[in-house]
Write a protein that binds this ligand. Sequence first.
Ligand code: SF4
Ligand code: SF4
Length: 331
Amino acid sequence: MKYLFVFATAVIAVTLATGPDTAPGQFARPVDIVPPDEDIGDDYTTPAVQRPLPREAWWNAVDVALLATALCLSAWIVLQRRSRRLLVVLTIACLLYFGFYREGCVCPIGAIQNVTVALTEPAYAIPYVVIAFFFLPLVFAILFGRVFCGGVCPLGAIQDLVLLRPVDLPRRLDRCLGLFKYIYLVVAIWFATGGAIGLDPPGGRDFIICRFDPFVGFFRLTGSGGVLIFGGALLTLGMFVGRPYCRYLCPYGALLAILSRISWRGVTITPDKELDCGLCTEACPLGAIEQRRAVRSACLFCARCFESCPREPVNLDRCATTGESTAGVDR
Ligand code: SF4
Ligand code: SF4
């Protein structure tokens, strides 16, 4: 794990060293204090204030540093400490900071579109903070799996915290619905190109991932009625179906799923040898365990299966204290 912290430190140092030299007043355009419509003329409509407002470069560096630190912590908590409780603490902290305080922006999911524009429009200068947010979780996915989904992503966090009574979906239905996120990824990239690949999307370039982000309205305490209803419906569904947006719709989740297939490490359900008792399969609310093993592309690093495993030291201690059976478990 010390390599993780070395990596995070390196990321922070590079970020601070290479960030563009943004003058403090650069973003001072007073879009929120423009003259009212009636002072300008009947036909004038005041443009919407950009949310969240751009911040100074060093604040962006702080965000990247916090993202790198949270990714390291998520990997350490799930792979080393194997603690659901610590992960919940990290999840709440990231939801509060990246979700409610930073209002869901910058986020790697929306960054797909910025990266697409940068690749198809040479004149577009993509902010370094967007590059960092896009690539850092992908690097961690190649190393360890979907660490970002476990305790860092605010969209995953808000769904994880509302899960009350998960039901199992038929495996085939689950896999079929899971294909939507790959289709959504392709369509979102197509819209972001704005026709630069020779095929014009209807209505021209559009950032549809941001337009239809189901939870950003909650983070910003504003949003169109349709999107708020969509988000509310997903959260209601998410009380019984584990993380529906993550499993079936998230385009960044599609990228993470692809890369985590080749990850160097991943979640191992038991700390040492497998028992094949099947308790973990029942405990996983995301249908990510097949043949008693975590499927790396589907495992969202939620750490719930650890709580059910009789081989976890903390569970062995609990059984010893309460007198619960540990049949079949040799110490
Ligand atoms: S699947 Fe998407 S929304 Fe869900 S936790 Fe991962 S990145 Fe976030
Ligand atoms: S296998 Fe399931 S319960 Fe275990 S960490 Fe992965 S998603 Fe969570």
